[in-house]
Design a protein around this ligand. Structure first.
Ligand code: NAP
Length: 339
């Protein structure tokens, strides 16, 4: 049997690079979209596989952005739409987050519906951002599950860059379900809704002065001085290797059809992250804030509960622990910096 061909948007992303590696290991062929030839060549060199090729889609929000690749590759039967803006080095929540995320998602889905009738599965990388509502996230009597929706409005999303990102994922996912419900395409559709993603980069060359948005949360902690206060941050966590694996289950396991999969292992706080780093990296001893070790639960117990039992049943694998994820992430950053 010839290999199944997967199209993946945003191939240079933190999640996407792991996803491509796992797909290639499982024997899939992958066509990934990147924004420039330079980025495509660098990725191809790192992946070092005949089964990976790239196409250029410089901006997913351009009308018809996905039409050419789907018209010219009738062998594509699986589509994974991971591309979405996640850099906070921007200024305008609507122009830089909301519009590209929503239009990019509509463009990808509509192109598959119009030009790729052979496609059997479409997986959208959404986010826990489209599940939780901010006003209830710090209410520990609240529970979010796969049926929960962020109630943020477009106007509220425009308030700042963070709300812009949260709204971008919410409105992009809503737009996707609306297309699925109105056009009723024949392919299976599933969304992946990860919490904050940590874990090592797929390649050491991706360890940079500033990392992708979620790993930068960890990276910033190891740039602190011992006299700095512990940042007051607490959220849900999942490892990048599990996020990649879940995208594959999302199209391999028919039970995932029409589901939203919440990827969240446990809650973390900056204190908890620092505890793990301080305990496991003797070379950083005395250089980072200590805070109040062992009190992470105090910071996380105020947060809403996340019930993702349905997701875990469909995925059928155990999530990588926060401790392993943090250790692997920091180990890679330190080893690259030492070189
Ligand atoms: P990332 O490293 O920033 O990757 C995003 C990818 O999308 C990059 O390849 C980027 O290309 C591409 N992209 C962004 N805007 C684009 C545009 N207008 N046109 C074409 N390509 C564009 O982020 P990630 O962490 O891997 O995230 C991947 C997906 O997971 C996203 O959908 C994100 O919302 C979702 N997610 C991430 C987290 C997390 O904690 N990281 C949590 C929940 C959900 P360039 O780099 O070339 O700009």
């Amino acid at each position: 049997m010839s290999a199944i061909t997967v199209f993946l948007s945003g191939a240079t992303g933190f999640v996407a690079q792991h996803l491509i590696k796992q797909l290639l290991t499982k024997g899939y062929k992958v066509i990934g979209s990147v924004r420039s030839t330079e980025k495509g060549e660098a990725l191809k060199k790192n992946l070092n596989s005949e089964d990976f090729e790239y196409v250029i889609i410089s901006d997913i929000q351009t009308k018809g952005a996905f039409n050419d690749v789907l018209k010219s590759h009738p062998e594509i039967t699986i589509v994974l739409h991971t591309a979405s803006p996640l850099s906070f080095n921007v200024t305008d929540p609507e122009k830089d987050f909301l519009i590209p995320a929503v239009e990019g998602t509509k463009n990808a889905l509509n192109a598959v519906i119009e030009f790729a009738p052979q496609v059997t599965s479409f997986v959208l990388t959404s986010s826990y951002a489209s599940i939780f509502t901010r006003s209830k996230e710090r209410d520990n009597t609240a529970t979010f599950d796969e049926s929960s929706w962020n109630d943020i409005t477009w106007e509220q999303s425009k308030e700042n860059l963070l709300t812009g990102y949260l709204g971008s994922k919410t409105f992009a996912e809503k737009a996707a379900w609306e297309i699925i419900e109105t056009k009723k395409p024949s392919f299976n559709f599933c969304t992946i809704n990860p919490a904050c993603i940590f874990g090592p980069q797929a390649f050491d060359s991706e360890v940079k002065e500033t990392m992708n948005a979620s790993v930068e949360i960890l990276h910033r902690l190891i740039k602190l001085k011992s006299t700095d206060p512990v940042p007051a941050h607490a959220a849900g966590f999942i490892d990048v290797r599990d996020v990649a694996a879940a995208h594959i289950v999302a199209f391999e396991n028919k039970e995932a059809d029409s589901k939203r999969l919440i990827l969240s292992d446990k809650r973390f706080s900056s204190q908890g992250l620092l505890d793990i780093i301080n305990e496991n990296f003797p070379t950083l001893k005395g250089k980072l804030p200590i805070g109040n070790p062992g009190t992470s639960d105090e910071h996380t117990k105020v947060l809403a509960a996340i019930n993702n039992e349905l997701t875990k049943k469909i995925l059928g694998f155990k999530f990588i622990s926060l401790e392993k994820s943090v250790i692997d992430t920091v180990e890679q950053i330190l080893s690259v910096k030492e070189k």
